[in-house]
Write a protein that binds this ligand. Structure first.
Ligand SMILES: [Zn+2]
Length: 51
């Protein structure tokens, strides 16, 4: 596992980063079915540049 802050490689049992001291969170199990977060990128198409 890696520190989420500084990216230091940490042992599995580590609860805190030995470099920056950030508490590292270990998820009990990997997410199985993660729905992709749909970002609202609705851009209006009515304002088109016409040459
Ligand atoms: Zn760190």
């Amino acid at each position: 596992m890696f520190c989420t802050k500084c990216g230091l490689c940490l042992p599995e049992q580590a609860n805190f980063c030995t470099r920056c001291g950030t508490a590292v969170y270990i998820p009990p199990q990997p997410p199985v079915c993660v729905e992709a977060e749909q970002s609202e990128m609705a851009t209006p198409v009515e304002n088109q540049d016409q040459y």
